[in-house]
Design a protein around this ligand. Structure first.
Ligand SMILES: Nc1ncnc2c1ncn2[C@@H]1O[C@H](COP(=O)(O)OP(=O)(O)OP(=O)(O)O)[C@@H](O)[C@H]1O
Ligand SMILES: [Mg+2]
Length: 142
């Protein structure tokens, strides 16, 4: 079950929250991760990948838009950073819709507001907010 509110006091806490959310998504799905620059979206994505058993380092894909990782037990993990995608039309030109709708894959999108209209039904929308230097609040939007 994904809770409506999580509180994190450290990057490690955020990682544990990511692993807990993964347990509620055993067959894949889309996570739209909203939050300001430096909120902790990539920290969350890295821990999510690790919880999937991915051992490759997960870097910030800011300059690559998409990074794909095979999941050891099957399926794929797609990490999208849409900061440089202006809108849904640009997202479609890139082909994000194909990743977003791939069955049995986990997709985590940073800056999902850029492609809001392309997010499939069932997308888990999470917002990370700064509370303090190391404090964060993660809320489920829908
Ligand atoms: N509780 C916390 N959870 C997550 N990150 C934290 C926390 N406390 C401090 N941090 C720090 O905040 C920073 C988060 O950076 P991160 O790259 O994950 O942000 P981001 O949301 O992906 O930003 P961007 O929009 O630039 O991609 C890291 O330096 C991390 O160590
Ligand atoms: Mg990031």
């Amino acid at each position: 079950m994904i809770k409506d509110l999580y509180t994190s006091q450290s990057p490690e806490d955020t990682g544990a929250i990511a692993a807990e959310i993964l347990r509620a998504m055993p067959d894949g799905g889309v996570i739209a991760l909203y939050g300001d620059l430096g909120a902790g979206k990539t920290v969350f994505a890295r821990a999510f990948a690790a919880a999937l058993g991915i051992t490759e380092p997960v870097s910030s894909p800011t300059y690559t838009i998409l990074q794909e990782y095979p999941v050891p037990d099957g399926g794929m993990f797609y990490h999208l950073d849409l900061y440089r995608i202006s809108d849904a039309r640009a997202g479609l030109a890139f082909g994000v819709d194909e990743y977003l709708n791939e069955p049995g894959a986990w997709i985590l999108a940073e800056w999902p507001e850029r492609i809001e209209t392309l997010l499939p039904p069932g997308t888990v929308r999470l917002q990370i907010r700064h509370l303090s230097e190391t404090g964060r609040e993660i809320t489920r939007l829908s």
